[in-house]
Design a protein around this ligand. Structure first.
Ligand code: NAD
Length: 436
């Protein structure tokens, strides 16, 4: 079976490499030449643990190309893994999907199955299938299948190789059989066969549910602060209940990334145009927006104005294990700090390079020590292990005034209490061991 994966981002590249790991021959196509050049040198354009090692191991089975004619020739299956970003009205932008559809129409030379890995609004697969069929005018038979992706950035490789479930949404036995054949060696995964619309809905309903869980616990955390309860004890107690579970129950400064923000807005938008209202999803979106700036609100307790204040920023990525900055809370916060005249020094183990493309003017440091030296306040936006393991006494020693605002609850309150620092986190008591 000759397989093409169109789009070599987080989903496309990881899918392609994992399919190769399971013994398939895969062609990877992307419109960005620099990405393909890097891939041909054995380097991944994105950071994902274990990805480059698997690329190397399976290099005999993977072809990387930006030659469209070559990419789309003699295919049995085409996976679509291009982006579906958010439009201003919250709907999903499907331009990249239709660009691939055009490429399929113009380039395929035999019958094939098109498999949608990208997250697309319910009903899109049928529309794309019709779009392609109308233009092919019977020249070749194509059919579409929905096979949404559930990987999480940072653990994308293992999430794919050991996916908890593989959703196959098809409207023919032929398509279902092909996909089952492709996934036959994914022994750890449960394969669920559905119709196409249900498969599309499973993806949105899953992401929006997780976003809701995060926003819910963040609201409870804010209430804990007001009422003197401790969110970590609360979530421990809640999470032991198997009906609730302890995943996605960490309070913080909100979700970011390329999926939850856009997928909540896209489903809300889709419901609205179908005269349904998703009140819970709307609430999750609103809560998250406010939560992202919670530390700025807290900072006002210590500094009325930020002009001329030395600010240390630890963690830029939207979560640990990735260099992705899409919708990262760090962005909106650094923008605010900049606009208010703060002197900013920032550190992140892998997302610094990407961040400097958005904020070239701030100072980037190689170490946490350098970042916090002489700072008047420190913001923590990502729970990197390096930050969690950092010697807390150094905040006291190196900062001009040790005010730490931790948006990811990186430290235990009992550990922090031993030092002369001010420490604010999410859903827990403040520690004020020095004068304001
Ligand atoms: N990133 C995630 O964690 C994740 C998880 C599950 C699902 N998804 C969904 O998967 C889809 C892809 O997400 P991503 O994060 O991998 O996006 P991405 O932006 O990392 O990658 C998209 C890639 O597609 C390429 N591309 C654009 N137009 C193209 C074309 N016409 N032909 C070939 N390549 C083209 C881009 O150059 C880019 O490399 C989205 O719909 C997203 O919602 C993402």
């Amino acid at each position: 079976m000759k397989i093409l994966v169109s789009g070599t981002g987080y989903v496309g590249l990881v899918t392609a490499v994992c399919l190769a790991e399971k013994g398939h021959n895969v062609v990877c196509y992307d419109v960005v030449k620099e990405k393909i050049d890097m891939l041909n040198q054995g380097k991944s354009p994105i950071y994902e643990a274990g990805l480059e090692e698997l690329m190397q191991k399976n290099k005999e089975r993977i072809i990387y190309t930006y030659n469209k004619k070559e990419a789309y020739k003699d295919l049995d299956v085409i996976f679509i893994g291009v982006g579906t970003p958010e439009r201003v009205d919250g709907s999903a932008n499907l331009d990249y999907i239709y660009a691939v559809a055009d490429d399929i129409v113009e380039n395929i030379n035999k019958d094939c199955l098109v498999v949608m890995k990208s997250t697309v609004p319910i009903g899109t697969n049928y529309k794309v299938e019709k779009y392609i069929q109308d233009r092919l005018k019977g020249k070749h038979r194509i059919e579409i299948a929905s096979n949404p992706e559930f990987l999480a950035q940072g653990t994308a490789v293992i999430d794919t190789l050991e996916a908890q479930r593989i959703i196959i949404g098809t409207h023919s036995k032929w398509a279902e059989k092909i996909l089952k054949e492709i996934y036959k060696d994914f022994e750890k995964s449960v394969i669920v066969s559905t119709d196409i619309n249900s498969a599309e809905m499973i993806k949105y309903a899953s992401n929006d549910f997780l976003a809701l869980k995060i926003s819910y616990i963040n609201e409870i955390a804010n209430l804990c602060e007001a009422l003197g309860a401790n969110i970590e004890d609360v979530t421990l107690g809640m999470g032991l209940d198997k009906r609730i579970g302890n995943k996605f129950l960490n309070a913080g400064i909100g979700y970011g990334g390329s999926c939850f923000p856009k997928d909540t807005k896209a489903l809300h938008w889709l419901a609205k145009i179908n005269e349904c209202e998703l009140k819970t999803v709307k609430a999750a979106i609103d809560v998250n927006q406010n939560q992202k700036i919670r530390l700025i609100e807290k900072s006002k307790k210590y500094y009325e104005h930020l002009k001329g204040i030395n600010v240390a920023v630890l963690g830029l990525a939207f979560k640990p294990g990735t260099d992705d900055l899409r919708e990262a809370p760090s962005i909106i916060n650094v923008e605010y700090l900049e606009n208010n005249g703060a002197n900013i020094k920032a550190w992140d183990p892998i997302a610094q390079k990407n961040f400097s493309k958005i904020f070239p003017q701030i100072n980037y440091c190689d170490t946490i020590d350098d970042t916090i030296k002489d700072a008047d306040i420190c913001f923590i936006f990502t729970e990197w292990e390096q930050i969690k393991k950092y010697d807390i006494s150094k905040y006291e020693k190196l900062m001009r005034k040790a005010v730490i605002l931790d948006g990811r609850n990186c430290y235990k309150l009992d550990d922090v209490k031993q030092y002369n620092i001010i420490y604010e986190s999410i859903g827990r008591k403040s520690i004020e061991n020095i004068k304001k």
